[in-house]
Design a binder for this molecule. Structure first.
Ligand SMILES: [Zn+2]
Length: 242
């Protein structure tokens, strides 16, 4: 329960990062404001999820709708923290894993909104992955290095073949994701990302929400696949091999 609440609070901070980082704004100052009317938010309006539900998704000052992304990111972070905790317990490995996926969530939602993956977030994510690998490794070093190389080279080849259908940001993002997941994990990760990306992309085309020319960001699918691989990769691979 405490881990879930911690995740909600961290998720609330991730929202600030998702909002401000693409605009080059500071994430510590100024305090949170309503983007429509600029009114500073009071403490009661900063309670994760509950404030949003209580205000029925509207700003108290100007009644402008507040994006569903806010409660979604908070809930998602809470659930992710809870699942990682169930797997790793309250350990240093949990802390680095939670930090890693917190950054992954920021990247996924920025990519979703702006179709871009900021380089410095990829650098930050790589830093977390390297620190984890040095002090609390979950996969052998060779496996991590091969995961990073195989994953990013595969996406690089796809980027070349599709002439930019796969973005350079995805290729770079794959380095820390592959390093974190290790080698068998990275292949599963890519497979899951292609399947989920294909299904969702196909559905968006069929429902005519997106046209054939529209870019659909791939980062969120890589992020989701990395999470599933981290939480259930071993079970999925064992099930598949049997
Ligand atoms: Zn407002």
């Amino acid at each position: 329960m405490l881990v879930f609440v911690l995740g909600l609070l961290v998720g609330s901070f991730l929202n600030v990062c998702i909002c401000r980082l693409p605009r080059g704004e500071s994430i510590v100052f100024p305090p949170s404001k309503c983007p429509s009317c600029g009114r500073r938010l009071r403490a009661a309006e900063l309670v994760p999820v509950i404030s949003w539900l209580w205000q029925r998704g509207n700003c108290r000052g100007c009644a402008a709708p507040v994006s569903w992304r806010y409660p979604l990111v908070e809930l998602l972070t809470g659930i992710v923290f809870l699942l990682i905790w169930r797997q790793l317990g309250l350990t240093a490995s949990f802390a680095t894993s939670a930090a890693f996926f917190a950054v992954v969530i920021i990247i996924a939602f920025i990519d979703l909104e702006h179709q871009l993956i900021p380089n410095r977030l990829v650098v930050l994510l790589s830093g977390v992955a390297v620190v984890r690998q040095i002090f609390w490794p979950e996969v052998p070093l060779g496996s991590a290095v091969w995961g990073a190389l195989a994953g990013s080279l595969l996406l690089l080849a796809l980027a070349v073949v599709t002439k930019g259908g796969m973005g350079g940001g995805d290729v770079k993002l794959m380095l820390p994701l592959g390093f974190y997941s290790g080698l068998p994990g990275t292949l599963l990760l890519l497979l899951l990302a292609f399947i989920s990306g294909g299904v969702v992309g196909g559905a968006l085309l069929l429902l005519k929400i997106k046209g054939r020319k529209d870019a659909i960001p791939f980062g969120p699918f890589l992020a989701l696949a990395a999470l599933v691989t981290a939480l259930a990769g071993r079970q999925i691979l064992e099930w598949y091999l049997n």
